[in-house]
Design a protein around this ligand. Sequence first.
Ligand SMILES: *[C@@H]1O[C@H](CO)[C@@H](O)[C@H](O)[C@H]1NC(C)=O
Ligand SMILES: *[C@@H]1O[C@H](CO)[C@@H](O)[C@H](O)[C@H]1NC(C)=O
Ligand SMILES: *[C@@H]1O[C@H](CO)[C@@H](O)[C@H](O)[C@H]1NC(C)=O
Ligand SMILES: *[C@@H]1O[C@H](CO)[C@@H](O)[C@H](O)[C@H]1NC(C)=O
Ligand SMILES: *[C@@H]1O[C@H](CO)[C@@H](O)[C@H](O)[C@H]1NC(C)=O
Ligand SMILES: *[C@@H]1O[C@H](CO)[C@@H](O)[C@H](O)[C@H]1NC(C)=O
Ligand SMILES: *[C@@H]1O[C@H](CO)[C@@H](O)[C@H](O)[C@H]1NC(C)=O
Length: 493
Amino acid sequence: MVLEKWFRSILLLVGIFTNALGAFVGVNIGTDVSNMPSASDVVAMLKANQITHIRLYDANNHILEALSNSGIEVIVGLTNEEVLGIGESPSAAAAWVNENVASYMPSTNITAIAVGSEVLTSIPNAAPVLVTAMNYLHKALVASNLNYQVKVSTPQSMDIIPKPFPPSTATFNSSWNSTLYQVLQFLKNTNSYYMLNAYPYYGYTNGNGIFPIDYALFQPLASVKQIVDPNTLFQYNSMFDAMVDATYYSIDALNFSGIPVVVTEAGWPWLGGANEPDATIENAETFNSNLIRRVLNDSGPPSQPNTPINTYIYELFNEDKRTGPVSEKNWGIFFTNESAVYPLSLSSSNRITGNSSVVFCVAKDNADSDKLQEGLNWACGQGHANCNAIQAGQPCYNPDTVESHASYAYNDYYQNMRSVGGTCDFQGTATTTTNDPSYGSCIYTGSSNLTTGGGITPTPAFGPVSPEGGSMKLPVSELQSLIAATFLALILL
Ligand SMILES: *[C@@H]1O[C@H](CO)[C@@H](O)[C@H](O)[C@H]1NC(C)=O
Ligand SMILES: *[C@@H]1O[C@H](CO)[C@@H](O)[C@H](O)[C@H]1NC(C)=O
Ligand SMILES: *[C@@H]1O[C@H](CO)[C@@H](O)[C@H](O)[C@H]1NC(C)=O
Ligand SMILES: *[C@@H]1O[C@H](CO)[C@@H](O)[C@H](O)[C@H]1NC(C)=O
Ligand SMILES: *[C@@H]1O[C@H](CO)[C@@H](O)[C@H](O)[C@H]1NC(C)=O
Ligand SMILES: *[C@@H]1O[C@H](CO)[C@@H](O)[C@H](O)[C@H]1NC(C)=O
Ligand SMILES: *[C@@H]1O[C@H](CO)[C@@H](O)[C@H](O)[C@H]1NC(C)=O
């Protein structure tokens, strides 16, 4: 009954995000993988880990079929090779949409088409037809009456923003002005969004030591250092925020506004070659857990505080068949045997579960509801479980289902009584799991999330910058000589 569990998690999500802006963290699925699990195994794995949003680099028909009725939202992709052909032929675009989108809708929830992957920097010769391809695809969606559900956009690398720091002065490389102007016009007209691939890993490793690694990893900087944009005085707690803001300012410099930025790729490799010392499991775990916490706090970057930064982690599996340095093959968060490379918790209802030593007790998916009700009554009564959290108005009340309430009560009983012989059985309606069942502000007893408030508390960082607060600002000119011309952050010492 994985499906039922899945629907339950959908309910949980709705419950959590109704009054929030509802940022999400999705996952990219590249398929240059030896021993790629079958499509149905991949989908089962996504569900088991409560992954609600994915991006594919193509329109793999096995995966799209397996996603049917899963509720998972999917970005499908045109490969760079496909962009040229589609950009020259409206009928090819219509055929592509029919075959790869329309035929799976609505049972597979395709929400966007990503046109190519970093086209401007990977295959610049396709730039002249990029927007034409986007237009043809959009028209084909209109003809199929899918244009309201499926957006068209095109993921771009940070490399098209030559000087991302400080964010307020960032602009796109002006060689691309006219293409990007058309892209933005298209996104604006079709109510779509800008797709950004943002890699603090590269910002850090190519930065020649200008930025501390903690800044790339969303870790608090040494208490005396702050990274502040000298023009806006916005403090940037992470390079990720600065990259997203650099993109907003670049869009603004072309006189567009109101186009949200969605991060279609962000991640950290966990293994690298001898010359890639920062590609470690520890850094990858730190980056991705902090990234998840950052995104799920729902806030935007400093210039757009109310626009959440929806983000897709790169990537589900190591793509060992890719060429390039060792790190290129080691961005996966799962092995193909489906075990996690390192523990990663989305610390909200949609979390990726790694290795947790806490054993929780929850209702079985297919349990008889009368027995669940009896178990619930017993746990909160004779069992002395603390059932306050599942009362109306309390954090675990929603979803208001007997399974959900029983899970909470069973677990509270079990955590308190296990050491004195309490079991996780409840007439066969309960089962143990190491997956932390907490979601949003509903924190299960025993969860290590107790202090993080369901992932919406910020990484403990320094307080807001206070320009007169005893810090000394370096003059920008001095800084310019201090850091290479490519980078221009103001570091308060
Ligand atoms: C598909 O995803 C969209 C976007 O979040 C959502 O509004 C819609 O309800 C989903 N459709 C289905 C059939 O799940
Ligand atoms: C801008 O893009 C052009 C064309 O790709 C490239 O030749 C040039 O080096 C880029 N400029 C900068 C400053 O990155
Ligand atoms: C490109 O656009 C920027 C604003 O983003 C502007 O400052 C610059 O002058 C433009 N360059 C060209 C060559 O049009
Ligand atoms: C943006 O608008 C300003 C003010 O109207 C104008 O001066 C500038 O040239 C415009 N920039 C671009 C890149 O279109
Ligand atoms: C899964 O594969 C990885 C890498 O090959 C290995 O280290 C790990 O032990 C495997 N886990 C299980 C449960 O087989
Ligand atoms: C899980 O944690 C235990 C104890 O810390 C360790 O022995 C085990 O190898 C871990 N398993 C995985 C898959 O990381
Ligand atoms: C969310 O994260 C941002 C960026 O780190 C931080 O400035 C903000 O205070 C956090 N907001 C909340 C509500 O946790």
